[in-house]
Every structure is written in C-alpha cells, then in structure tokens.
Design a protein around this ligand. Structure first.
Ligand code: CTP
Length: 409
C-alpha cells in the first residue's frame, strides 16, 4: 500500500499558503486491509476512511463514473489496481490533482505545477463535468486566489458555461450550493465569485435576481458607477475589505434586488425598490436554505438600507420604528450588522470608497438613547400591560427627540 498527500494540501504548500486539512489517497489497498489497520470507514459504500489517531481522511484510489443526474448519481470503482494517475484524472482542477509522497516527491501528471506558476485554474479532463458543483468550486477558488493573479482558463470557462446551460446546476442540492456560496463570500475577493459565475452563465441559473441587476442604471449623482450589478460587486468587495461577517456579506449581495424589477421607463430611479425587493430576497434565501441569521439580516437590510443612509434626516418617530423593527433591545448585534451593511453600501460606489459615514455613529447613538429609557420607574408609577408598552414607547420617543436636537446643535 502506498500513501500520498493529495488535493488542497499539496496545492497550498506549493503556493506557500498555510495547510489546514490534509487529504490522503491510498493506492494498492483493499477495504479489508484498511479496516485491519484500524481506519474507520466514513460511509457504508464510500471508499473513504478516517485515520484512527489524526482523524484525517484517507480515500482508496478510485475511478468514478456518472450514472445519473445530480449528486449521488455516481458509481465508484475502488480497487488495489486503480493507479494514482487514474485517481488524479477524475479530479476538478490541475492544481488540485497533484500528489506527494512522504519524501515530498511530486506526482503531477496533469501539469498542476505549471498551472500554479501560470496562475491558471484549469480542469483536468472532461470528467470535470461529472460534478456540476465544480462550477461553483472554480468560482470560489477564483475568488480565493484572485489576489495572487489566478484566472479561469478559457477552455474551463467554456466547459462551465456548457454545464450551466445544460440545466445540470438545477440538480444541485441547496445544502451543497450554500456551502460553496458561503465559503466563497468569506474569501478575500468575493466579488470575483459572482463575476466568474456570471461569465459562465451560472449566475442566471443560480441567482437570476442578482444577474438581472447588470445593465440596470442608477442615478449618477449617487452612483457614479451607474450600473446596479457593478455597484453590488463593489459593495461586496468593501464588505471583504472591512472583514465583515457572512451575514453582512450576504445582505450586501442581496440589498438592491428590487432594482431589477423597476420598469425601464422609470430608470434610473428606483422608487420603493427596498420593499419590492423583499420577495426576491426571500426567494433566494429559501432556494439555498440559507441560515436564519443570514436570511433575517438580508431582509432587514433590503427593507431599511435607505433609512440608514438618511438617518440624520429621519423624524424621531421613524427612527424609533426603525429601532423597534430591529429589536435593538434584545438583538444589539444585528443592528450593528445592519449599520455595517449600510456603510458598505455607501462605500461600494465608484470614487466614494473612502468617504466617511457619519450615519453609523448617529444610528449607534440613537440606539443608545432608546435603550437608556428605564422601565423600572414606569412600573413603579403603576403602568402595566399595553399601557406600559405605550408609555415606554413615549419615553423612547422623547429620548430620541432630545438626541436628535442635541446632535443637530
Ligand atoms: N475534489 C474534486 N471535485 C469535487 C470536490 C473535491 O475533484 N467536487 C477533489 C480535488 O482534488 C480537491 C480534493 O478533492 O483538491 C479535496 O477536496 P476539498 O477538501 O473539498 O477541497 P480542497 O482542494 O482541499 O480545497 P479547500 O482548501 O477549499 O478545502
């Protein structure tokens, strides 16, 4: 039995990047031999095992053939006769199809090292098409390594386009897609993920609501970049530059979906796009079974981001409604994330990336003012039930009026 390090661990070592998890491939062994050495099988009919001590994944060298549509539609053939080269050829990218033995001798039959040097994401063979998730994976790697100068090879992009247009992407499960999308959004250049998906026509299939934003103009006075799709990419880029969490990045991607619904004769204005976009945001959230915190923030940012921008002009009563909608008393973090998303939206505009955003501190101050209303004295005065609720609201409104006045002097 011969054991090799494969995939991301080899790639990242050659790139001089930290290696987090290591995958191994085992050539010349049977399942029985693995079990006898104490390896634990991952699934009943999948030739992958966990090391008894390190817990790392060891897969028997295998060939794969697609037997049906979608995931799960695979037949595996793992046997001691399958060679390392046969195992590597079924993998997605040449840079992921290198193996290394314990002396760091490289096996690189598909020229992964050459492509690493050329900064190219290139598929290994036509077997790439057997797993449509790879369209998202390549876009994710493009987002991760864009800073290093990587691009997608034209022939790989063409294959990705073919896969996208064939309807295969529709067979992906929401869970697998979301895993790729969420990881890609957390990369250094998440906007590249969206750009690559768009370049291969996958965006139209996965998120037609985002795809529809390209070519939609906005007023140049507020949006020197004009195009709503371009703006959305810049907002996402700002979110990454400012190290925002996934919730904020997801909200940034979806905040302007309503602008895709504006009739052309109303362009470049987008009246009520905040409200109109909500049903689209909901649809995308549900399509990928997005985690609840991401779903909620995207909907709130979609509905209220222009309130954020106009914070200093809002009447105290509108300000109070905004704070109540966010339930700032129990969910302070969520309001902070809203403020962050608004700030990214304001900066994700051509030439305005460095602008200041006084709305952020103003909104924080308003939240502090509303929270400063103490309930105990009202209880002591004898208020209860709905009356107590009304009284708290009145007091908060008073506090916000005073806050606004003080801020404007
Ligand atoms: N692989 C593949 N096709 C997939 C998933 C995985 O060909 N759909 C292969 C690639 O060779 C990949 C290896 O399996 O390098 C390990 O996959 P995974 O752990 O998902 O990715 P990594 O390449 O290790 O990348 P990451 O750093 O993102 O974990």
């Amino acid at each position: 039995m011969r054991i090799y390090k494969v995939g991301g661990a080899v790639r990242d070592r050659l790139l001089g990047k930290p290696v987090t998890d290591i995958d191994w491939v085992v050539v010349g062994a049977t399942t029985e031999e693995m079990l006898a050495k104490g390896f634990r099988p991952v699934g009943a009919d999948f030739p992958v095992f966990l090391h008894p001590k390190s817990g790392e994944e060891y897969a028997l060298a295998r060939t794969e053939r697609k037997s049906g549509r979608g995931y799960g539609g695979f037949t595996f053939h793992a046997s001691p006769e399958v060679t390392l080269e046969e195992d590597l050829i079924r993998r997605d990218l040449t840079i992921n199809a290198m193996a290394e033995d314990d002396q760091q001798n490289l096996t690189d039959p598909y020229h992964g090292q050459r492509d690493l040097e050329a900064r190219l994401l290139r598929h290994v063979s036509p077997a790439f098409a057997e797993d449509p998730l790879r369209v998202l994976r390549v876009a994710r790697f493009a987002a991760r390594y864009a800073t290093l100068g990587f691009t997608v090879a034209p022939e790989t992009l063409a294959l990705m386009r073919q896969l996208s247009e064939s309807g295969e992407l529709e067979a992906l499960t929401p869970e697998r897609s979301w895993k790729e999308i969420s990881r890609a959004l957390l990369e250094d250049q998440p906007q590249v993920f969206v750009e690559v998906l768009r370049a291969c026509s996958a965006l139209k299939v996965l998120m037609p609501e985002v795809d529809a934003l390209f070519g939609v103009p906005q007023p140049p006075a507020h949006h020197p970049e004009i195009d709503t799709g371009v703006h959305t990419l810049s907002v996402l880029q700002q979110a990454a530059l400012h190290k925002q969490p996934l919730t904020v990045r997801w909200a940034c991607l979806l905040h302007d979906l309503g602008k895709g619904l504006t009739p052309e004769n109303e362009w470049p204005r987008h009246i009520a796009h905040e409200f109109k976009g909500l049903k689209l945001i909901k649809a995308v959230n549900e399509r990928f079974k997005v985690p609840k915190d991401c779903q909620e923030l995207a909907l709130l940012v979609g509905e209220y981001h222009t309130h954020g921008h106009r914070a200093l002009e809002l009447k105290p009563s509108t300000l109070l409604e905004l704070l109540q909608s966010f339930d700032i008393y129990r969910r302070p973090q969520r309001f902070e994330e809203f403020i962050a998303a608004c700030e990214m939206d304001a900066r994700g505009r051509k030439g305005l990336e460095e602008r200041s955003y006084p709305q952020a501190d103003y909104l924080r101050g308003a939240a502090t003012a509303a929270r400063s209303v103490a309930v105990q004295p009202l209880l002591e005065k004898g208020f209860k039930g709905p009356e107590l609720g009304e009284e708290i609201k009145r007091e908060r409104l008073k506090a916000l009026k005073a806050y606004k006045e003080a801020a404007s002097t």
